[in-house]
Structure formats: structure tokens, C-alpha cells
Design a protein around this ligand. Structure first.
Ligand SMILES: [Zn+2]
Length: 257
């Protein structure tokens, strides 16, 4: 089957679907200029080049024991989510938001922390790994804007009430997603009749297990490389950049509603 025939079929399934669950990973944001964390020139690789294990730094225990190192790490080692003005939604975020705004029930479950689905105008978004748009105090949970909390003499952001460390509200290595987000993800995947898995290698727990809650009709995978889902039959695999695929899908007939 040619790619075009697959796309036509997929568009028909999407047009018929009552609830589309979109499960996305880092590959959804690469066309927005975000480096894939594990890619050769991504953030983790830069840390690795400097012989720092990213799992050591992007880690709750590290922040608590070495906050001065964490908050003074070189700018090049920081995710671009620290500077959200630099990145914009791409066609994938925009098309999905457009479909939702047109009245289609499209629900996003993302492993990304960049907030690009919301920036595109999407309403239903579960952020499994948290987000960089807010920071919070590790002691009391008070919420801050990024870089809003006053810094101490070591450049560590401190809660003005209890002097707790104020950190980005992303899920680090060794931390679990919020149970409310896990539950919303499972409920969404269970209810959906079409599941799109896009731009993810599904290597990170619990993401790789969530998709097996799907009980609906069609599973569509969009990725640069084929995925082996083992326990889940894939009805269509589209090889390519996620944004480009959505741009094409959006142009095709039938319309989404
Ligand atoms: Zn506090």
C-alpha cells in the first residue's frame, strides 16, 4: 500500500471517529525546533559530552542535594522550554487544535513539557510529564512563574514563605506522573475509538503501558521509525515527520467532521 492510500484510509477513520486519542512524544515537537532529548544533538547528548549523566541532573534528589549546580548549569544544557518564546506550534499541534475547535472530540496525551498544544489552542491536553510553564516550591507546593521566585546568594530560587527550593514543574527521572494525569490518560484511551501514537519510541514507563488500555477500532502510528507494539495491532503505519503528516491529512477529503 502506498503512503497516499494509507493517508486516505486514515482520514476516513478520523472523519468517522467519535473520540480520537492522540498519544504524542518528543517527535511531535521536533519540527518546532525542540531537540529530541535522546537525539545526537539534543540536550542529553550535550550533557553526556560534558560527562554529566542527564539522569543524575534531571533528578529530584540532585536538585535537593546540589541545587546550586542545577540552577547554575550552563545555558546550553537547559531545555528550550525554559525559553518558551523561542518555540512555536507546528502543523501537528495546529491541525489537531483546529479539529477540536471544529467540534471533534480530539484528546491529547503528551509526554512533552513544552505546552505547544495549548499554545496552538487545544483544550483537552494531559501532560504526563508536567510542564515548564509553572514552577513550584518543593516544600509547600506554592506555584510560581518560571524565574519569578527570588534567588538566594547561590542563585537558587527560594519560596518567599518557607525558603523551599522553587523548581520547574516537570517530571524528572525517578519521579512518577501525577495519578490524576495517569487516570485521565487511561480513561481517554479506553473511551477512544481511534488511537494515534505519534513521535514516540514508547521506551519510557508508564507511557509504554498506557496504550494497551485501548479497546477501540483503529490504531495509527506516525513515526520516523517503525514501532514494535507487540500486544497491540497497528492498523496503519505512516512513516514521516508528524507535522508534515498532519498537514497532508488536513488537506485531504473527507473533512474531519
Ligand atoms: Zn514554599
Amino acid at each position: 500500500m502506498t503512503n497516499l492510500e494509507t493517508l486516505k484510509l486514515v482520514k476516513e477513520w478520523l472523519a468517522e471517529a467519535k473520540l480520537i486519542a492522540f498519544f504524542g512524544g518528543a517527535g511531535v515537537s521536533t519540527e518546532s525546533g525542540l531537540k529530541v532529548y535522546r537525539s545526537r544533538d539534543g540536550q542529553y547528548s550535550k550533557m553526556e559530552a560534558a560527562q554529566e549523566d542527564p539522569r543524575k541532573i534531571m533528578n529530584k534528589r540532585y536538585i535537593m542535594t546540589h541545587p546550586e549546580k542545577f540552577f547554575n548549569r550552563p545555558q546550553t544544557d537547559r531545555p528550550q522550554t525554559d525559553r518558551p518564546q523561542l518555540i512555536e506550534p507546528n502543523a501537528a499541534h495546529l491541525v489537531l487544535a483546529e479539529w477540536e475547535q471544529a467540534g471533534k472530540d480530539v484528546r491529547i496525551i503528551t509526554q512533552n513539557v513544552d505546552g505547544l498544544h495549548q499554545k496552538a489552542g487545544h483544550r483537552f491536553v494531559v501532560e504526563l510529564h508536567g510542564n515548564g510553564r509553572t514552577w513550584h516550591c518543593m516544600e509547600c507546593g506554592r506555584v510560581y512563574l518560571p524565574n519569578e521566585a527570588p534567588r538566594d546568594e547561590q542563585n537558587i530560587p527560594r519560596c518567599y514563605v518557607d525558603q523551599g527550593i522553587v523548581r520547574p514543574s516537570v517530571i524528572f527521572f525517578g519521579e512518577n506522573p501525577q495519578s490524576v494525569d495517569i487516570n485521565r490518560s487511561i480513561e481517554t484511551i479506553q473511551k477512544a475509538d481511534v488511537l494515534i501514537i505519534a513521535g514516540t519510541s514508547l521506551t519510557v514507563y508508564p507511557a509504554k503501558n498506557l496504550i494497551y488500555h485501548f479497546e477501540g477500532k483503529r490504531v495509527i502510528v506516525i513515526n520516523r521509525e517503525p514501532l514494535d507494539l507487540q500486544k497491540l495491532e497497528v492498523d496503519a503505519f505512516i512513516q514521516g515527520e508528524v507535522g508534515q503528516v498532519f498537514a497532508k491529512l488536513n488537506e485531504m477529503q473527507p473533512g474531519i467532521l
